[in-house]
Design a protein around this ligand. Structure first.
Ligand code: NAI
Length: 486
């Protein structure tokens, strides 16, 4: 019996490269049945706000797997990327991108004889990709960056499991916890906790800027790197550059119920409709999908045919020897088909499975899953940060605040763009028209929501409130950061 998968051809070069890949799958006699779904820019334009029809959503949710071409995000306010929405709505929490040296794809590293074989696991749901953004004043935009303990644990555990499966020996956590002590700090703390469950793997952390420098100078040092969403996005494109560019970068978005396989690159509007796009990245993504679905032998045979084709110097216009004629998309696919059954002289298909095989089709949950890691932890309210729009000097703002203080709360600090400007500060600190005013409890004993929000309400009579944030303590840990200079 054939395995059914949902396929969305996508926009731009999407249909050309998807047709090429499916032709290769069919030639290799992969026992797949394709359900083509309506998803992409034209469905946005036709009024489907999520970029897909209800039928497409149902099909993908029933089959649990989507093989997709790139999709264009219509420009303009209020329209979210269909790619990001799909990953978030279906909780494909781990974005796995495998990068390795491909014989025939010349790079500075291949010329130097340096072999790259590394996997980036990017958190795929949280971070700035929540897209929770507001204008606080006409001059100040703010984005909320959510990093959660369950979300971090899910992707980090995935990275360790995948490392074991692939026979890697070490897992790195890329982060910026030296600056973002609570958000990246939580990601790193979770990494260190989970690492204890995998004593057979070497776990270490690396600050993301240092990571980038080392990746471009010594990429062979790395095996698996797990990162928060935005940093993972940037670092994985950097890694695509290390192995020859976007044309060679596959991507898998893995969730517990639904997974999406796609290329890293976009719709390439500059070359769309000309049958010259490179189908390799989508083919590599498809090969990963075959392994995920349990078609291990097919995956190996197609991967070997592709590696053989590349090794022989067959290339599309975006890479390879410019003095030899480029193959177009169709010709490239035909070459791979003709080379089925052949093996490259160097390297070869992955011997270890890069994905856990998921053949279980019973993936429909009955209700939304909710995870709270420590439901009994003691919580205390210690104060409130009130963000206000104000274009005067810090000392003047402090005097205004003092008129509204009560015996439960004291004024502790005022900052501007995160730098303390009251009670002490520097006259050289330039200001914008938005301050954060920190109030903490005047006496031990804790505060209620009514205490702190009551003060904010009182303040709203004398200054414009932009937003508020509770100052919390969870267990014995403070739940807020100090201002620069505090
Ligand atoms: P892009 O990846 O489409 O193109 C960047 C450059 O790489 C272009 O010069 C293009 O010709 C080239 N390129 C990309 N894929 C290629 C291939 N397979 N063969 C040969 N050359 C290739 O990025 P861009 O231009 O920033 O985005 C275009 C559209 O794609 C946008 O609407 C964007 O939102 C969307 N996009 C969709 C993604 C997805 O569906 N996962 C991912 C990235 C972008």
């Amino acid at each position: 019996m054939k395995t059914k998968i949902a396929v969305a051809k996508g926009d731009g070069i999407g249909p050309e490269i998807m047709d090429a890949v499916i032709r290769i799958f069919e030639a290799a006699d992969v026992q797949l049945e394709y359900e083509f779904v309506e998803m992409g820019k034209s469905y946005f334009d036709a009024g489907h706000s999520t970029g897909m029809t209800a039928k497409a959503k149902e099909t993908i949710e029933n089959l649990g797997i989507l093989f997709k071409g790139p999709m264009e995000t219509p420009k303009g306010k209020g329209v979210k990327s269909i790619n990001v929405t799909a990953r978030k709505v279906w909780n494909t929490y781990a974005n796995q991108r495998d990068f390795r040296t491909l014989n025939g794809v010349e790079t500075v590293f291949s010329k130097a004889g340096i072999q790259i074989n590394l996997t980036i696991v990017r958190e795929n749901i949280e971070d700035t990709y929540g897209g929770i953004e507001h204008m606080m004043t006409n001059d100040v935009a703010v984005g909320r960056r959510l990093i959660t303990r369950p979300g971090s644990a899910q992707v980090i555990r995935y990275a360790f499991e995948m490392a074991r499966r692939k026979g890697y020996k070490k897992v790195a956590c890329g982060h910026k916890a030296n600056i973002m002590k609570l958000t990246d700090g939580l990601f790193l703390e979770t990494f260190n906790e989970i690492a204890k469950e995998y004593p057979d793997l070497q776990a270490y952390d690396i600050i993301v800027d240092d990571l980038c420098m080392k990746l471009v100078s010594h990429p062979e040092m790395f095996q698996v790197i797990v990162l928060p969403n935005l940093q993972g996005d940037i670092v994985s494109d950097l890694c695509a550059g290390l192995v020859g560019g976007l044309g060679f970068a596959p991507s898998a978005n893995i969730g517990d119920n639904i997974s999406i396989f796609e290329a890293v690159h976009g719709t390439a509007p500059d070359i769309a409709g000309r049958n010259i796009a490179n189908p390799t990245a989508l083919l590599l993504s498809g090969i990963s999908m075959l392994r995920y679905l349990g078609f291990t032998a097919n995956a190996a045979s197609i991967e070997n045919a592709l590696l053989y084709t590349l090794e022989k110097g067959v290339h599309t216009g975006d890479f390879g020897d410019r003095s030899t004629k480029s193959a177009n998309t169709t010709e490239f696919a035909e070459e791979v088909i003709a080379n089925l059954g052949k093996h490259p002289s160097v390297g070869g298909a992955f011997s270890q499975p890069n994905f856990e095989c998921k053949t279980n089709t019973d993936h429909k949950p009955e209700k939304n899953k909710m995870t709270v890691t420590q439901p009994d932890i003691k919580e205390e309210i210690l104060g409130i940060d009130v963000f206000v729009e104000y274009a005067g000097q810090p000392g003047e703002l402090a005097e205004i605040c003092k008129t509204k203080l009560n015996d439960k709360l004291k004024l502790v600090m005022i900052s501007n763009r995160g730098t303390q400007v009251w009670p002490t500060g520097s006259v050289y600190t330039e200001l914008i028209d938005q301050y954060r005013i920190r109030f903490e409890q005047a006496n031990e004993g804790g505060l209620t929501q009514r205490d702190v929000l009551g003060l904010a309400t009182e303040l709203s009579d004398v200054v414009k409130i932009a937003s508020t944030e509770m100052l919390m303590k969870f267990g014995d840990k403070l739940g807020y950061s100090l201002a620069q200079g505090q």
